[in-house]
Design a protein around this ligand. Sequence first.
Ligand SMILES: Cc1cc2nc3c(=O)[nH]c(=O)nc-3n(C[C@H](O)[C@H](O)[C@H](O)COP(=O)(O)OP(=O)(O)OC[C@H]3O[C@@H](n4cnc5c(N)ncnc54)[C@H](O)[C@@H]3O)c2cc1C
Length: 811
Amino acid sequence: MTGPRVVIVGAGVVGAALADELTARGWDDVTVVDQGDLPAPGGSTSHAPGLVFQASGSRTMTALARYTVEKLDGLEVDGEPCFLQVGGLEVATTPERVAEIHRRHGWLTGSGVEAHLLDAAATAAKHPLLDPEVVLGGLWVPTDGLAKAVRAVDAQTRRAAARGARLLPRHEVLDITVTDGRVTGVVTDQGELPADVVVCCAGIWGPVVAAKVGMTLPLTPLAHQLAWTSSVPALAGRDEEAVLPILRHQDQDLYYRERFDTLGIGYYGHRPMPIRAQDIARLDASEVMPSVLEFTQEDFEEAWRQTQLLLPSTRDAKIEEGINGLFSFTTDNMPLIGQSPDVSGFWVAEAVWVTHSAGVGRAVAELLVDGHCSSFDLHECDVNRFEPHQLSPQYVLTRDCQNFVEVYDILHPLQPAEDLRPLRTSPFHQRQRELGAVFLEASGWERPQWYAANAGLVDGRDIPTPDDWAARYWSPIVAAEAQVTREAVAMYDMTALKRLEVTGRGAAAFLNGLVTGNVDKSVGSVTYCLLLDVDGGIRSDVTVARLAVDRFQVGANGNLDLDWLRRHLPPDGSVQVRDLTPGTCCIGLWGPRARDLLQPLTDTDVGPALKYFRAAEAFIGTVPVTALRLSYVGELGWELYTTADHGQRLWDLLWEAGQAHGVIAAGRGAFNSLRLEKGYRSFGADMTYEHEPYQAGLGFAVKLDKGDFLGREAVVARKDASTQRLTCLTLPEPGAVVMGKEPVHAGDRCVGYVTSAAYGYTIGAGIAYAWLPEELTAVGTRVQIGYFDRRVDAVVTAEPLFDPGMTRLRG
Ligand SMILES: Cc1cc2nc3c(=O)[nH]c(=O)nc-3n(C[C@H](O)[C@H](O)[C@H](O)COP(=O)(O)OP(=O)(O)OC[C@H]3O[C@@H](n4cnc5c(N)ncnc54)[C@H](O)[C@@H]3O)c2cc1C
């Protein structure tokens, strides 16, 4: 046998894909168990109509879908195809949706998927059942189509079986055995199966299976209506299963597929109908299958009315059958992939649509066999990404239902959730409210975007007004706050940034083995560096402050960093890691007057002797702080950390002392503008797992001479092989601004995509960072950014755009 003993729980389209991908990589001790009969054991896959639309605001989701299309298109069972490439058509019936399909067209183009925008007539011509009077335009993706989900299960499990995998239908997993924190097997109603690796691909039952090892899986099964018409006269006589494109009518929460002379209609416009995973009917107790609930006709009435408006020929047909089918929703609409934080060898691949199934199968197989995934950037999908409150049943249910409601809505990138707020507030919250803060949300934290109290600062400033879309969650106050930060001094609430404490006699060596910089320096040193994966890809960027010989504070990006550090802890107990974030807070005090403001409040010398990238423990009045002389906005100043109980007093002291220096409170809108003027990268937007440091412009943070660290060998090997560069663009058109994720064009060619963007209120131009091929990165190169229905000129510009000599930071 090759490879460890693997048991895959669930033979839906995800479990089947995984079995295929694992055995393709040579692992042959693979067992797939399912409580039902193959190839349609009764989960969501067994009744999915199989529409595969590749468009997504997430590049990862598009990449997973793209692989699924390519793979299923090459699979068949007894000569019958697993994919019908009929193309996908999203129609717009409102001006807002016309704009939205332009945006979606941009996402697809930037991800390398062929897509075309059609006018009303061309849209109607693509799908002759459409009423040409109703549609205003469409988005056409020729490679979209219909996955034959059950056949895809059959094809992939058969192939896996031919390579030695065992398929065990009618085996219900009752328990999972764990010894010393490692899985050892699964207990089924037919006996026990030993295992080194168990992968939960149990779909809507995932929370029940994961609970067997004490793991909370934040997903909710929700019913979604799928109905089939009687024969539609305009389709009469069809002998091919599907010729017409799959169709989405998102303005009315509807989608359609052809099945010979009938239509399948999917609907999301009804009330959310959640069910707890443990309440799903047992296989033998369910009427049709466990994931199929009775069709509630009354919830479908609006869908049928709208269908008859969009597709007039359906007026001569009727609804013949329907189901309320169950599948999984998550709090951020992304899958749940990865290993349990507590039980080694227990993995999950959950909340995955048919659309992404083969891609997820491949991703998980790579994680298991190679120890990392090289084909896809999985940081948005990692099951360990959640903050503790995001695992609470109330949060999961509320947000999952909200996502069901919004599944086809036009969502602005800054749009915050409305329910369950405020969830987390910093100690400055009351003061921020008094200043009229306009809050958005980050990891549950209420975070000011700008402050109404600063409205008076707008007077006399020449501030360009962005277009309607960019002007949402924006105010001219953002510009004023950015400029005042450069002119005087501002207080930024940085509490939402993750802070970890790493302690113990082995702490320095442990960190040095993981990060790209040398952190084994003097107490008081601060080091900006990266966490890399074994393949040299960037896992995160961190700021490591040595506060004592055996105590470090790590400024991180999120829970995945905590998870990453914990997974690499030495087994001898010489290092501890804990999350400081919930009990502490931070004010970024930045601006040319910051020192004038701070020095009178403390006996600690915060003059030039406390150098840039140095840390000091100090008292500000009565408040004990850790002061890190850093600035993400490019101005003199400090990140001032204290415990939550002292937070409000810290705010008040700085605020009162600051009045003489023109201090303001400033929000995230200003912050984002200022950081882009300085070229500071943001993990997750500008660089992710798929990028290596040199191409991301972060080679300065990699100290190859410091000794070995995780990813060192790979990063050296990749250094000269990269052909893409993260590149700074400015927009010469006065007032022009883009939002991020747009495609970048050179002539007719799409050559890259935008990562972060903002208006630079000091430099007086729009800024966009973009991944571009190396040959287009010379300063002065002209490209264009696709922004909705127009092209915005952009020029490659030397970075940083502001204060390249660092004079403002170093004094
Ligand atoms: C009405 C409807 C329409 C949909 N339309 C689309 C669409 O057009 N396009 C698209 O991409 N997606 C669609 N989906 C979503 C898609 O069907 C699912 O997301 C996908 O099929 C999930 O696959 P899975 O393998 O994770 O889960 P499942 O197919 O549910 O498989 C899980 C398997 O685990 C088994 N299992 C669970 N617990 C145990 C246990 N204790 N012991 C043994 N076996 C166990 C179950 O029997 C089941 O076979 C639709 C879903 C529904 C309900």
